[in-house]
Ligand binder design. Structure first.
Ligand code: 6PG
Length: 228
């Protein structure tokens, strides 16, 4: 591991969500103060809901914050599995941040204009992780995983299909995810902790999990936020 991760363990999901919201908000304030604006990437799935709600309660100059998802499922925007719907319900309906979608709502396909939108580093990237060691939609059995994990990949966003999930995905690539001033991993449960530990130690069965590749290339110490 290039830069050792820093572990933050919490007694419960509420304490974890509040602590992560505090830490992410601090990075966004730094970005706004230093560069007039801040960029944030957040995951989808079920875990982030509490964190995003806690973030929405932060006092921030929200019009100067741009938010993007680490990945999206190719489902209708109002589908219960839509990450954009999760983000809208838990954050965007409550603060005046700018949202850069990965998927065009009309076509339901990757929004190609998104790649051009972010040509600089994020102020904070928050990753979720599956018990199989995927992060964003970087699945070990994904059809585009080799390209998505190459550090020299010029694309910031790629389509991804995996037999592990029911729908086609769009995902930020490794090179996009590690272009950040702060990197956080938000996970809950013993299974994911075991997966992350195996990946970080480079031992089976997760020695080659995508999460390891991303954390290995992080330019800053990954901050691991875990709760039972
Ligand atoms: C997604 C996410 C994905 C997620 C993990 C964990 O679209 O599914 O972005 O990378 O972080 O699958 O999901 P849970 O939080 O639901 O366990």
């Amino acid at each position: 591991m290039s830069i050792a991760p820093v572990e933050h363990a919490f007694a419960n999901a509420d304490a974890q969500a509040q602590a992560l919201a505090d830490a992410v908000a601090a990075r966004l304030r730094e970005g706004i103060d230093a560069r007039g604006g801040a960029w944030l990437a957040v995951p989808g799935g079920a875990t982030p809901r509490k964190f995003l709600a806690a973030l929405a309660r932060q006092a921030l100059d929200w019009p100067r914050v741009t938010v993007i998802l680490t990945d999206e499922r190719l489902v209708p925007a109002d589908d219960a599995r839509s990450n954009a719907r999760l983000l809208r319900e838990s954050l965007l309906d409550h603060v005046q941040a700018t949202f850069v979608p990965l998927v065009d709502a009309q076509s339901g396909k990757m929004d190609l204009s998104t790649t051009a939108e972010f040509a600089h580093a994020f102020d904070a990237v928050v990753l979720g992780m599956g018990a199989d060691g995927h992060c964003a939609s970087l699945f070990a059995d994904g059809d585009n995983i080799a390209a998505a994990l190459r550090v020299d990949t010029v694309e910031s966003v790629l389509n991804m299909r995996s037999p592990s999930v029911p729908e086609a995905r769009v995902t930020l690539t490794l090179s996009a995810l590690v272009a950040t001033r702060a990197l956080f991993v938000l996970i809950r449960g013993a299974d994911k902790r075991r997966t992350l530990e195996s990946a970080l130690r480079g031992v089976k069965p997760f020695a080659h999990a995508p999460i390891r590749a991303v954390l290995e290339h992080a330019p800053v110490a990954p901050q691991i936020y875990w709760s039972p």
